[in-house]
Design a protein around this ligand. Structure first.
Ligand SMILES: [Zn+2]
Length: 618
């Protein structure tokens, strides 16, 4: 028989106990147990009456602890008083939230290697977290989000009227540096777990006089979990789909501070804090628990967030349901990373990028409704017309790249920026129309560059209206479009046979992205809605008769973007003006050193590509 030992901490009053009891009535346990109530912090016997009146049924044992105890020492005292073979401990905050919760824990403990079966676990490290707050080197590096985000996650994780929760306590305790391992520090959380009585009492407890000492037993360098893992046995985290035995795979279970916690069996104040948190706060909490494996999803709007069942990566977008399928190839999308606006620091929101499991395109999930706010005035810097001939030399190689296939005719450039390429194309004999959403830029294109301009924010439909084109060009624009796939289709329709689609874009298959991850400057959240591998563009283009005839990451603009990427990676504040000499020299050094690697096999930071529309008979 299993004894379910539930702690009742007097200062919390009867409400949590009532919630615990009603959760037991609501969900089948899936295994036999008897209930043991461990009253903790009660000084008058009459104080127990309020609690006793809530209990229905006879088979309930009571333990009254003589003086107030911390949770883990209360567990130990209870274990010494009971002779049941197995004990399931639950603290005062815990409530059951799934069917068969005890059956699942019990079948995990039956496995020969499993010494302790927990309702949740985490890799979170007090030590690395503290180092992070102190600005010292630590395994979390930039994953926890901005200081404001972390603080707001703290206040979300501290529920009013109760003892400060994990984050609240950590905020002010440099002592967490001692006795704790760095991230990842895998441990079963002690709010709810099942264990053999004799084995539990054989564990080392050490001094249990302070709260911090009990934290060490939960997640420190001599925690229950660490003691067990050291012997070659294991601790299991148990979710609705059963136990996860290998701690390296715990993040795959959406149990604690991951996904929408949809696999959770037993909730507590920490998991409920995550239920209440917004996506940005969740990102910070999830990164604390799982580092780079963090995969938070948008809070569900339904009451009782933990009851919703959502697959990994199926986040919701602004309240509407997100289908979790790629708009290009219909494969599933999975969480890739979270990141803020690192380049321009507009706002503190965190953005979630998903990765398509088919075409490997990255896409921004939570596109801000006020995206225009992320394009400051300085984004559209327009040079004086007299400078255009000087600047033109930077763009000449693009005309040369198109020249083998088209040397004249009607050209549309989408998103002309400062207009230098349009200027070059006009000088080279093309009849140029710019398609641009910014009104001031349109005016400038007509008056200073001397080409046609169409203002609009749906370039696919603008292309179709113009039609019969020799060239469609877009340089570092496709990653900003809301529907890049529809745009490629429209370009194919609008080109005459033999016509050229010329584009460049950040390269998610680059060395830089592999090394720098979400910190890569070309992620440029939230302005870059997509990071598309060239192979995905080529595949899409080929469906509508556009054949890839040339691609490179080693052209002059590709080399420029390589250096730009390294320079931004080395700068503290990316908004600052031209970087100092030291960073400038170091990034040039990095760019030169990496050239053999970035210059080959399309591994540079940005690719340029030429597609030719095949004639229908070809
Ligand atoms: Zn795809």
């Amino acid at each position: 028989m299993i004894a379910l030992v539930h702690l009742i901490w007097q200062p919390l009053g009867p409400a949590p106990f009532e919630a615990f009891l009603s959760s037991l009535e609501r969900f089948e346990a899936g295994a036999d147990y008897r209930l043991v109530l461990a009253f903790n912090g009660f000084s008058e016997p009459s104080e127990l009456d309020d609690y006793r009146s809530l209990v229905r049924g006879n088979d309930v044992e009571e333990i009254v602890l003589q003086k107030p105890q911390l949770d883990i020492s209360a567990y130990r005292l209870a274990a010494q008083m009971l002779d049941d073979e197995q004990l399931c401990f639950m603290n005062s905050h815990s409530t059951v939230v799934a069917e068969s919760w005890l059956g699942l824990l019990s079948s995990a403990l039956e496995l020969p290697s499993v010494k302790l079966a927990g309702g949740s676990g985490s890799w979170g490290s007090h030590r690395s977290f503290m180092l992070n707050r102190l600005g010292l080197p630590n395994a979390y590096r930039h994953q926890l989000g901005s200081r404001q985000t972390v603080s707001s996650a703290f206040s979300s994780a501290s529920s009013p009227g109760s003892e400060p929760t994990l984050f609240g306590r950590l905020a002010s305790v440099p002592g967490e540096l001692v006795g704790f391992n760095g991230f990842p520090a895998p441990h079963v959380r002690t709010n709810a777990f099942l264990v053999d009585r004799d084995f539990f009492l054989s564990l080392e407890f050490g001094e249990l006089d302070t709260k911090r000492a009990t934290h060490r037993l939960e997640s420190g360098e001599n925690s229950f979990s660490t003691q067990i893992l050291r012997t070659g046995s294991t601790v299991a985290v148990v979710g609705r789909n059963g136990p996860v035995l290998d701690w390296r795979r715990w993040p795959e279970a959406n149990v604690f501070w991951q996904g929408d916690q949809q696999d959770l069996l037993i909730s507590d104040n920490q998991t409920r804090a995550y239920d209440r948190a917004n996506l940005t706060q969740r990102a910070s909490m999830s990164a604390f628990a799982w580092g780079e494996m963090a995969s938070p999803s948008e809070p569900s709007r339904a009451a009782g967030g933990t009851s919703r069942v959502v697959g990994r990566g199926e986040a919701s977008l602004g309240g509407t349901s997100f289908t979790g399928k790629c708009n290009n190839c219909s494969s599933s999308l999975i969480h890739a990373f979270m990141v803020g606006d690192l380049n321009r620091r507009i706002g503190t929101e965190q953005f979630q990028y998903l990765k398509c499991q088919g075409c490997e395109t990255y896409s921004l999930n939570n596109v801000p409704s006020d995206l225009a706010l992320y394009y400051p005035e300085s984004y559209y810097e327009l040079p004086e017309a007299s400078l255009l001939p000087v600047l033109a030399s930077n763009e000449a190689h693009k005309i040369e790249m198109i020249a083998p296939w088209q040397s004249g005719g009607r050209m549309v450039e989408v998103g002309p920026g400062a207009g230098v390429f349009s200027y070059c194309a006009k000088q080279a004999g093309f009849e140029v129309t710019a398609v641009e959403m910014d009104e001031r830029t349109c005016h400038y294109m007509k008056s200073s560059v001397g080409v046609e301009a169409v203002q609009g924010d749906d370039p696919a439909s603008e292309l179709r209206q113009i039609g019969s084109l020799s060239v469609v060009a877009l340089w570092h624009v496709i990653e900003h479009l809301r529907d890049p796939w529809g745009f490629i289709d429209a370009a194919a329709e609008s080109l005459e046979p033999g016509g050229v689609l010329a584009l460049s874009a950040p390269n998610p298959e680059s060395v830089q992205f592999r090394l720098l991850g979400s910190r890569w400057a070309h992620v440029d959240a939230p302005r870059h809605l997509f990071l598309i591998p060239l192979s995905a563009i080529a595949e899409r283009a080929s469906r509508s008769g556009l054949r890839l005839v040339h691609s490179t990451t080693g052209d002059p603009s590709g080399r420029h973007w390589n250096r730009f990427g390294w320079e931004m990676a080395m700068r503290g504040d990316r908004r600052a003006g031209p970087s100092g000499r030291l960073v400038g020299a170091a990034s040039l050094g990095a760019a030169v050193a990496m050239r053999p690697l970035e210059g080959t096999a399309l591994r540079g930071a940005a690719y340029s590509a030429i597609f030719v529309k095949e004639s229908e008979l070809g």
